[in-house]
Structures are given as C-alpha cells and as structure tokens.
Ligand binder design. Structure first.
Ligand code: BGC
Length: 348
C-alpha cells in the first residue's frame, strides 16, 4: 500500500513509498486513511530536521492530523466498520511518568513520549493504518471531510481548557480576547472564543487573502496593527504565530488578572531588548498568568469534535483551502498566499 514518507530534514526524500500493510501489533482497529492535514510541524520535519523516524528506520510515515474510516474493529472496541475516526497523536512514555500514567500524555514530563508522524512512530499518511481503540476518537458521520480539522482544534481546545481553569483561580468574567496569528490554529482558537460569547480580536501581518474575511465572518475583528497600537487590554490572549516578540507585547497588553497562552513555536534565534524588570513588575502587580500549551489529551479531541459540530460547516469548509492528491503530496508543503489548511487526499 502507498504511504507518504520522508527522511526528516531531507526534503529530496519526500515521496510516495510502497510499504507493507500495518502490523496488528500497532493496534486492533484497522482504518482506511481518508485525509491528512498539513501543518508547520510537517514542514519542519521535512525541511528542518525536527522529528524522529521509528528506531532503526531512516524514513517516517508523515502526518499527524488524520481522518479515517474504520475497516475492522473488535466487537468490544466501541467502534464498528464504517465509523469516521481521528487518531490521537501522542502516546504515553513507557516509564510512565505521573501525567502519562493518568492518560495525560500531553503533560509528559520525561520527554520519552512518542507521537504518530512526528516522534518515533509512523504517522497517518497511509492508505491504511492501525491504532488501539483507546487512541481513536469517533466523529459524527455528518462532519464528513471537515473531521480532518479535529486534531488542530484539539490543540486549541486544550489551550482554552487551561485558560478557563487558570482564569477561574479568582472571580473572573473575561470579555476581550486577542489572538495573534490567523493561521488554522489562530482561526480555530478565534472560533472557540466566539462560541464562548467573547469579543474576539485577531491580529496578523497579512492585509489580504482569505484571512480577514474568515475572521469577520465568524463575528470577530481583524487587525494588522502592532499589539501596542491596538490599545486593547485583553482578558485572554492566545499566541498562535510563533513570533517570539509578540509574547512580550502580549504580556504588556494583558488586562489585570489576564491569562496569556502560548501555542506557537519560534524558530531561529532573535535577540530582543526587553525591560525584564518592567515585565516582572507588570506580571506580579496584575496577577497575570503566562503559560505554554502543547498537544492534547483525549478529552480535548472530544471537545474539539463538539466545537466543530456546532460550527458553521460553510466557514469550516473555507479553512480547507487546498486538496492535494497523495501521489503529489510534497506539493502540499509549499505555501501559497491563499492557503489556510491544506489537506492530502489519501484516496486520490
Ligand atoms: C502537534 C502536536 C505535537 C506538537 C509537537 C504539533 O504540530 O499538533 O500534537 O505535540 O506538534 O510535536
């Protein structure tokens, strides 16, 4: 069967490879791969050498944002042939650390976790793949192809989950949200903020292309000004661009008791001239919280499925801006100005 494979850091090796059928040891449920979503991590794995192939292998089956249809499942698995499913990305470390022992692999604290399509486990970019039922989340059939947005939505569902928990340390009625970065993660974070009834603002560099209208069409406000020039004092800020300097700009703009969540990863080295004493004073005197958030636990995938179920399917459909057949999947890694979420069709 065909799979999308690459040797991390060697873009010339990215291509379609014939590999064997997935081994039963990988999981009792056999799934037909329908779509995979492409994100910055896949680009980093292919070009920048992030990612680790399975031990003893040079190449990894890429992709962690999945959508598939169950082909075979044991009777007691809670799944049956025909069910639409998404595979969970992370697996607990074998030790296991305390969070992994409680199925909170997203908080793994010894670094020995594995991730499908990213770290030591083959991903979901194959015509067929297997997973244990525990690591599969069943979707409503009605969501159809838009189910491929479940994994990126799970990442922001987790971010919002902990924004809410950290905010709840004191009486708190958040109203204003500022999201930086209008890529898929930023847009999905904005969608959840709007679903929560908040006044959502999204800031990005680009003034044209599909992003301004996508933001406006969910009832949020789009900005291209700097954080300082916006003059907003958000109760919640979610950084989704990975631009390091924005972290400090957002810290400075938070409202008292505000919560800032960082989800983007910066690349390269950039030295900043920051007044660390002023930031320290500001964070202490306003009881601010700044926290990082990565990956997602099972419940965040379930929350993601709920957020997507009540979202406007027309709007979600516009997020999926390009569909690339498996045979030419490396083209999905090339960014065009109109791209939001590019998906690879594993059946084409
Ligand atoms: C994935 C996460 C993963 C992270 C780090 C992200 O792109 O969505 O599931 O934990 O990369 O590898």
């Amino acid at each position: 069967m065909r799979a999308c494979t690459v040797a991390p850091g060697r873009p010339d090796t990215a291509g379609v490879e014939e590999i064997g059928e997935p081994a039963v040891e990988v999981g009792e449920v056999l799934v037909e791969g329908l779509l995979v979503g492409v994100c910055g991590t896949d680009v980093e794995i292919t070009s920048a050498g992030y990612g680790w192939p399975p031990p003893g292998h040079e190449r990894i089956v890429l992709f962690h944002e999945s959508l598939g249809r169950v082909l075979e499942a044991p009777a007691d698995s809670g799944l049956s042939a025909g069910d639409l499913v998404v595979g969970i990305v992370r697996r607990p470390d074998p030790v296991p650390c305390l969070p992994c022992s409680k199925d909170q692999w997203d908080f793994c604290n010894n670094g020995q976790y594995t991730e499908r399509g990213i770290k030591e486990l083959d991903g979901y970019g194959a015509e067929r793949w297997r997973a244990p039922a525990k690591y599969l989340v069943k979707l409503d059939a009605a969501i159809g192809d838009l189910g491929v947005l479940t994994e990126p939505t799970s990442v922001v569902a987790k971010a919002w989950d902990y924004v809410d928990r950290l905010g709840a340390r004191a009486p708190w009625e958040p109203r204003t949200v500022l999201i930086t970065g209008a890529g898929p993660i930023g847009l999905l974070a904005a969608m959840i903020g709007v679903q929560k009834g908040l006044d959502v603002h999204v800031l990005d560099r680009v003034a044209d292309g599909p992003k301004p209208k996508l933001v406006a069409d969910i009832g949020a406000t789009y900005h291209t000004k700097s954080v300082a020039d916006l003059g907003l004092h958000p109760d919640v800020a979610i950084e989704c661009s990975g631009v390091g300097s924005l972290v400090f700009d957002l810290m400075n703009s938070l409202a008292p008791d505000g919560v800032l969540c960082l989800t983007g990863i910066s690349s390269g080295k950039h030295a900043l001239d920051v007044d660390e004493s002023a930031i320290n004073k500001q964070l202490v005197l306003t009881n601010s919280v700044v926290f990082g958030s990565v990956n997602a636990a099972r419940r965040h995938y379930e929350q993601a499925a709920d957020y997507l179920r009540v979202a406007d399917p027309g709007w979600l459909g516009r997020l999926v801006s390009r569909r690339v057949p498996m045979a030419s999947w490396p083209q999905a890694l090339e960014r065009s100005p109109d791209d939001v979420k590019v998906v690879v069709d594993l059946q084409a």
